[in-house]
Design a protein around this ligand. Structure first.
Ligand SMILES: Cc1cc2nc3c(=O)[nH]c(=O)nc-3n(C[C@H](O)[C@H](O)[C@H](O)COP(=O)(O)OP(=O)(O)OC[C@H]3O[C@@H](n4cnc5c(N)ncnc54)[C@H](O)[C@@H]3O)c2cc1C
Length: 279
């Protein structure tokens, strides 16, 4: 449980972090360290250097910006959970941050680390996907905006390049849009066995449109597009949730078999859609 030797640098700013990344091959950014350090101790990750962005306060904020809320990548899960603006304007993000790990994890872990890590079992990625959020990535050549649908590219892989930094996450103001994130895990502090995010628009008391994000149902967070299309076409929630497993490929592991996850996704999907429709 001791990591391989590595160099350590402290970034003073976002630009400094990008410059340091450009100077070193195989360097990794260190944010909250709650995914990277365990991976290094297990020798699943062996970066030549860690670039600590933990003190880059310019990346820690939550603010209103036109029709969306902008969240700095270094904002800790606890701040995301407790922030009054976010709780009022996009409460699904605060709610989900409050379900991550335990108090220690929420005090150190960051929203940017959670998303850049690209773990299909993490909670926030499916929510970001269902919200059709945008992610701002910065490198030496400038800044680009990546839609959530293009951000998660594989298991532990994202659109963030080796010399780039995720700087901001832009989530929509939800207004009267209904939402829910329902997570099932074996123990209180565990990652999700499966979880479902639902963001729904209602018209005349019934569901008009739904975005459904799935956690731990494949190599990346997924949208349940067949179920979404069924709802848009007027299907009941009961009929639509039968389509949630379509296009998924859930793992079998110590927590659950793939078959159980397929079943669980329909049960949690139904709960999430019903809760979102009633909210
Ligand atoms: C006991 C325990 C329980 C947990 N339970 C859950 C859970 O229930 N649900 C859940 O979702 N997560 C859970 N986590 C993970 C936790 O949320 C982590 O904090 C999070 O996944 C990573 O955030 P971090 O800031 O710690 O990132 P780090 O570990 O510092 O970094 C993770 C990866 O992201 C990269 N990175 C970090 N920041 C940036 C950035 N701004 N730009 C580009 N790359 C970046 C790093 O280089 C590294 O590769 C748990 C962790 C532990 C230890």
């Amino acid at each position: 449980m001791i990591p391989a030797a590595f160099d350590y640098e402290v970034a003073e700013s976002a630009e400094h972090a990008i410059a340091l990344l450009g100077e070193r091959e195989d360097a990794k950014l260190l944010a909250g360290g709650h995914s990277l350090l365990p991976a290094m101790k297990l020798r699943l990750a062996r970066p030549s250097a860690l670039i600590d962005i933990g003190r880059v306060s310019e990346l820690s904020y939550i603010r209103e910006d036109g029709d969306h809320i902008a969240i700095g990548a270094l904002t800790r899960h606890r701040e995301v959970r407790d922030n009054a603006l976010l709780r009022a304007q996009c409460p699904i993000v605060s709610h989900t941050a409050g379900l991550i790990g335990d108090p220690q994890v929420r005090h150190r872990g960051t929203i940017g680390g959670s998303l850049a890590h690209g773990d299909p079992a993490s909670d926030l990625p499916a929510v970001i996907l269902a919200l059709e959020a945008e992610l701002v990535v910065r490198g030496s050549g400038g800044e680009r905006t990546v839609p959530a649908s293009e951000f998660f590219t594989g298991v532990f892989q994202t659109a963030v390049g080796p010399a780039e930094l995720l700087t901001e996450i832009r989530v929509p103001k939800l207004g009267s849009t209904g939402w829910s994130y329902v997570k099932m895990s074996r123990r209180a502090q565990d990652w999700a066995t499966v979880a479902v995010a639902a963001v729904v628009e209602r018209s005349n008391g019934s569901l008009g449109k739904a975005a459904i994000g799935l956690t731990n149902m494949g190599g990346t967070p997924l949208r349940a597009t067949a179920a979404e299309e069924a709802i848009a076409g007027g299907s009941s929630i009961e009929d639509a949730v039968k389509l949630i497993p379509q296009g998924t490929d859930p793992p079998s592991d110590h927590a659950a078999s793939s078959d159980f996850r397929l079943h669980l996704s329909t049960v949690l999907g139904r709960r999430a859609l019903e809760e979102a429709a009633a909210r």
